[in-house]
Design a protein. Structure first.
Length: 101
């Protein structure tokens, strides 16, 4: 992607939780005129090496106050898989909160 500009494009970056901050910055700086970018990821499913920062987590911290950039967060009640999955997600969220308390 280095050196490219993506003009008049609809760009999707999926599984962005597994990008490094450098990869995320490279992706974001490719957006050209007339383009839209959608970045998806689940910060509870980061598969990077221990100690490696997620580009998605860092991008949210860096860009949250930039006009023209928006973040949407889905919660356990937004799960559209088997109803049991919603309960599983909620149980893990509770577990993580207790562990970090």
């Amino acid at each position: 992607m280095r050196g490219r500009t993506l003009n008049h494009s609809f760009i999707i970056l999926d599984e962005a939780q597994n990008t490094t901050p450098e990869q995320m910055k490279m992706f974001l700086t490719r957006i050209g005129f007339g383009s839209k970018a959608v970045i998806t990821g689940d910060v509870t499913q980061i598969d990077l090496a221990r100690g490696q920062k997620s580009g998605l987590v860092e991008a949210r911290a860096v860009l949250q106050d930039i006009r023209g950039i928006a973040f949407s967060e889905f919660l356990a009640e937004d799960v559209v898989r088997h109803p049991l999955v919603q309960k599983i997600v909620t149980a893990y969220e509770r577990y993580e909160q207790q562990k970090n308390a």
